[in-house]
Design a protein around this ligand. Structure first.
Ligand code: PEP
Ligand code: MG
Length: 756
């Protein structure tokens, strides 16, 4: 390579030797700059590191005046060094002083040097410093030299991060200052406070060996790993076994595109040729990509960063053999799982006994993974941006699911204050416990029936603990989602019997399989699920009606389990009356089948439907005479009403459910059901929040179904409200032009001392 003595590989070896010597950090850094300068045939080599003030300080130099070390400082964006940091990209200038960005610092004596090549020192895509070489002559540095300097900068970043060079506390870089406490404000997804230890859902691979011993071997390893990665993505796309990966087809297609990108592979190959191991090359290229994309003006490009990150992590895992998910590994007893996002089945893969909390960088309030988290009663915070960059496996962490706060490596006063909060919660819980057996009767004597949403056997213990009237929604698909194969008739009968046994004389509403959308079954032939818009696609009752064997099997299990007892069945995602009739027809067929074989059927049976597709609301006059009850699935109903994907964090919060539009829509449903004398429940997530639940009572709902932890707070609300006042107040809200009436409802609660 032109202008380099022995090439980058020799330099890397020398650096490694220099780093191994037992010396002070400053001395080591001084040696390193001399080595680099000599190897690159440069008169100057300088290292600038970022201070918390966002200033780049000269930490070591060969060639500039030694007295400038620790004196010369440049702000990000100031001078050429600041420019490299600001844009996180190399500069290669034959005549640096003629560059408009050049900032002259007399104390350095740099006026005699004409050419300059500088690269950012990057870690996790963040600039932690700048490495510069300079020459007296107007020299054009080659592409290879820039590459080589970038490789050296990567090794330097590792050295700095390892804490060898300077006091890490001084650096303004999250990955370098990981040991400091870190706080993120996210959104509350599931209430509760959890103190525990971080488990990264997709474990990060730490590249420890940076310098290659045998470059050809590393090239082979890299090419083999990329080949396997491409194969595994193709396989995933072919089998559409997306439930387990928790990813959508689109993302996989983006992966495939990137994985086959020649430029990507080429850059990694070049990085290996400069002397890095295959792993280090993946990380080097990923650092560059991250730096470029983080600064991209186009939000679409910035979003792709996650895809690239995931892909690079997959490749690193391929190279190192680290597992894809932590679920199968050794979990601490107080695990708090950290993920960018995940599907419900992936969360259910974790040992529930050890799971205390969940933190998602993205996520949405009504996404199924959130619902499962709520059902499991684990404190959950979503939209905790940047958390993954600031956390390591095993870090102590506090998740405040009530307020949406996450504290990583909390300081002692935070721990103390949370211990106090935990005591406060315990007192609150004691208050809920005290009214557990009391009915939810309003101040003016209206009874509000509070039911439980459940779906797993572990939920059953909550039925009596919480004081719920019964199970308003049993999501039968959860059993199918946690199983590794399709549950047999016997498995289903066993679960349904256990549920009915646990419920005793409390009513339980079983909802038939609601799969599709984001609820995928890992073992099913997913070829049929190739859909552009799965939420609007072939899901729930649509599958049940098109593949009657599955539905009939389930109905048979339900009827058998309920022999001699009461059974309540409802169908999900019914969009028109004809679908309900056909589904109900299968129940009759299964009843006839039982009779034919002389088997006992349920003593009493009620059949209803979810009301979660807007079209059905406009058929209530035809529907209601045919059903025994209806249950409003506000999660789906409102995602369809507003045309906003409930699982998409970008739009999930765009519209407020406490808006005149929603409230009058729900009011319409309640009045219709009242007129037909058909019981109506609301079982979406909104019923579990005291303020929303208050609004529902005001709208006219007298039955609502929610996650176990919500029963206590909602009952407190119900027992402190006067329906007459509330209804009169809400009469004034339906016609308002406002997008939300949340504040007004809050004000009402405050004025009337309603516990929300
Ligand atoms: C709903 O849509 O509101 C509902 C309760 O069903 P799920 O959340 O399971 O789709
Ligand atoms: Mg639904």
């Amino acid at each position: 390579m032109a202008g380099s003595v022995g090439g980058p590989r020799v330099l890397l070896r020398r650096l490694r030797e220099a780093m191994a010597e037992p010396e002070s950090a400053q001395k080591r850094l001084d040696k390193i700059v001399v080595l680099i300068a000599a190897n690159m045939v440069a008169e100057v080599c300088s290292v600038y590191l970022m201070r918390p003030t966002q200033e780049l300080e000269l930490f070591a130099t060969e060639g500039l005046k030694p007295s400038a070390v620790h004196k010369t400082r440049l702000r990000v964006g100031e001078g050429l060094v600041g420019d490299i940091a600001a844009h996180a990209r190399p500069l290669n200038l034959a005549d640096a002083q003629s560059h408009p960005g050049f900032a002259y610092r007399p104390e350095t004596g740099e006026e005699v040097y004409k050419s300059l090549m500088g690269v950012p020192i990057l870690r996790s895509g963040r600039v932690v410093g700048v490495l510069v070489v300079q020459n007296r002559t107007k020299r054009n540095y080659t592409e290879e030299e820039v590459e080589a300097l970038q490789t050296v900068a990567m090794v330097l970043a590792e050295v700095v991060a390892a804490g060898d060079l300077i006091n890490l506390q001084e650096l303004d870089e999250p990955t370098l200052t990981r040991r400091r406490p870190y706080h993120v404000q996210g959104a509350s997804f599931s209430e509760g406070i959890a103190l525990g230890h971080a488990v990264l859902h997709e474990p990060r691979v730490h590249v420890t060996k940076l310098i290659a011993e045998d470059v050809d071997l590393e090239l082979n390893r890299l090419e083999q790993a990329v080949y396997e990665l491409r194969g595994s993505i193709d396989d995933m796309l072919a089998t559409e076994d997306l439930s387990h990966a928790g990813e959508h087809r689109e993302v996989l297609q983006a992966y495939r595109m990137f994985a086959n990108d020649r430029g990507w592979l080429q850059r990694m190959i070049e990085a290996v040729r400069t002397g890095l191991t295959a792993e280090a090359a993946v990380e080097r290229v990923q650092n560059d990509t991250r730096a470029r994309l983080q600064r991209a003006a186009d939000p679409y490009l910035r979003e792709r960063l996650h895809d690239f990150d995931d892909l690079a992590n997959r490749l690193l895992r391929q190279l190192t053999g680290v597992k894809l998910s932590s679920a199968s590994g050794n979990l601490p007893n107080d695990a708090i799982v950290i993920a960018r996002n995940m599907g419900p089945a992936e969360l259910l893969d974790y040992d529930k006994e050890r799971l205390r909390g969940l933190v998602l960088e993205e996520g949405a309030q009504n996404a199924h993974v959130t619902i499962v988290a709520r059902a499991l009663g684990i404190a959950t915070v979503g939209r905790a941006e940047t958390i993954i960059d600031h956390i390591d496996q095993g870090d102590a962490i506090i998740v405040d699911g009530d307020m949406g706060d996450v504290y990583v490596r909390p300081s002692q006063d935070i721990i103390d204050s949370y211990s106090e909060k935990a005591r406060f919660r315990a007192r609150k819980q004691a208050q809920y416990q005290a009214i557990r057996h009391e009915p939810a009767i309003t101040l003016d004597g209206q009874k509000i029936d509070l039911f439980l949403n459940a779906g797993l056997q572990v939920d059953l213990r909550h039925l009596h603990e919480s004081g719920a009237e019964g199970i308003g929604l049993f999501r039968t698909e959860l059993q199918f989602m946690v199983a590794s194969k399709l549950p047999s008739l016997k498995d289903q009968i066993e679960l349904y019997s256990a549920v009915l046994d646990a419920a005793g004389d409390k009513p339980t509403v079983f909802r038939t399989l609601d799969i599709g959308g984001d609820k995928m079954l890992p073992y099913m032939d997913m070829a049929a699920f190739k859909e552009e818009n799965p939420a609007l696609g072939w899901r729930a009752i649509r599958i049940g009606l098109d593949r009657p064997a599955l539905l009939r099997h389930q109905l048979r299990a339900l009827l058998t389990a309920a022999a001699g007892r009461s059974l309540r069945i409802m169908f999900p995602m019914v969009a028109e009356v004809a679908e309900f009739k056909r589904a109900r027809g299968f129940v009759d067929k299964e009843l006839a089948r039982l009779a034919k074989f002389g088997k006992q059927g349920p003593a009493h049976i009620e059949i209803g439907t979810m009301l979660e597709v807007p079209s059905l609301v406009w058929q209530l006059d035809t529907l209601l005479p045919l059903v025994d009850f209806v249950s409003v699935g506000s999660n789906d109903l409102l995602q369809f009403l507003f045309a906003t994907d409930r699982g998409n964090p970008r739009v999930a919060n765009r519209y407020d459910l406490l808006s005149p539009a929603v409230l009058s829509f729900l009011r319409f449903i309640v009045l219709k059901c009242r007129a037909h004398g058909v019981p109506v429940t609301l079982c979406g997530e909104m019923s579990g929040k005291p303020l929303e639940a208050m609004a529902l009572v005001g709208v006219g709902f007298r039955r609502i179904s929610m996650s176990p932890a919500a029963i206590g707070p909602v009952k407190m609300m119900a027992r402190s409200v006067k329906v007459q006042d509330l209804e009169a107040f809400m009469e004034g809200l339906y016609g308002l032009p406002d997008p939300t009436v949340r504040d007004r409802l809050h004000q009402f609660a405050e004025d009337h001392a309603v516990a929300v």
